[in-house]
Design a protein around this ligand. Structure first.
Ligand code: NDP
Length: 260
């Protein structure tokens, strides 16, 4: 018996990185996984991997920024499976354009992808969850949304997700719906491809900032998402869970300076 056996779980951005790892982990634990991504082929690739491993999954194209798109997928899923128990809002994209060079189109795109898209998915997922009297919504924020780490447009969107999660949690707790946010630190995924191409040692350099002395792997986030999706977290809602190797626990390098 898996930890989320027979739960219907929709994952956005499931064609790559963290979303792919979450979808695969959920598949291992018995969920019916609705793997969605910007492109149908990457979504279906993840779904196929789950099926090949003996799980149940289907792939759907879903651009989270398009009004009505998430609602259409949720309608199809509930028609086929009767319910939607878990939503993992994972789709996202970054921009490290500095503030004085940031044009409005980039700002808007970052907000739309990393905040508005999550809201549209939550809005689509809530009705079947309320009707069933249970649901777990997990949004993938970032440590960038918790403190000043640059990437202003991306980080502002991720900060907005914290408040959105809290409000969803307090509004819909009574109906059995939980909402929590995972704030990952640096995770080794394709989102870093351009920066790694420019600085191949970036992950090694960053590892020194982390008390646990390494950057994260997609599986580190997937295991945290599984906990928040499962009944093991049944009395946890509205929280921000950093999955960051201790990065936001304190200023380790400052302590090293003082004691060195
Ligand atoms: P990846 O780039 O590997 O995966 C992101 C996925 O989201 C891709 O498949 C991408 O598709 C998809 N996507 C992008 N835009 C949309 C959209 N509009 N609708 C649907 N899907 C979309 O990145 P990660 O796995 O690293 O990122 C996953 C989440 O984790 C993001 O929200 C990110 O901000 C967050 N995060 C990542 C960290 C890291 O260090 N990796 C740290 C903190 C947070 P395509 O590839 O075609 O663009």
């Amino acid at each position: 018996m898996g930890r989320i056996e027979d739960r219907v779980a929709l994952v956005t951005g499931a064609g790559s990185g963290i979303g792919e790892a979450v979808a695969l982990r959920f598949g291992e634990e018995g969920a019916v996984v609705i793997a969605t991504d910007l492109h149908a082929d990457t979504a279906e690739r993840t779904a196929r991997r789950i099926r090949d491993a003996g799980g149940r999954a289907e792939g759907h194209a879903l651009d989270v920024t398009q009004e009505g798109a998430a609602a259409a997928v949720v309608t199809a899923v509930t028609a086929d499976h009767g319910t939607l128990d878990i939503l993992v809002n994972n789709a996202g994209a970054g921009s490290d354009t500095p503030p004085l060079e940031l044009d409005l189109a980039t700002w808007d795109r970052m907000l739309r992808t990393n905040l508005t898209g999550h809201f549209l998915c939550i809005q689509a997922a809530l009705p079947p969850m309320i009707a069933a009297g249970r649901g777990s919504i997990i949004s993938i924020g970032s440590v960038n949304g918790l403190t000043g780490l640059g990437e202003e447009s991306y980080s502002a969107a991720k900060a907005g997700l914290v408040n959105l999660t809290q409000n969803i949690a307090i509004r819909f707790g009574e109906q059995g719906v939980r909402a929590n946010l995972i704030a990952p630190g640096t995770i080794r995924t394709p989102i870093w491809a351009q920066r790694i191409a420019e600085r191949p040692d970036a992950f090694d350099r960053l590892a020194g900032w982390y008390p646990l002395r390494r950057v994260g792997e997609p599986a580190d986030v997937a295991d945290a998402a599984l906990f928040l999706a499962s009944d093991e977290s049944r009395w946890i809602t509205g929280v921000v869970l950093p999955v960051d190797g201790g990065l936001t626990a304190g200023l380790g390098r400052m302590i090293a300076d003082l004691s060195g």
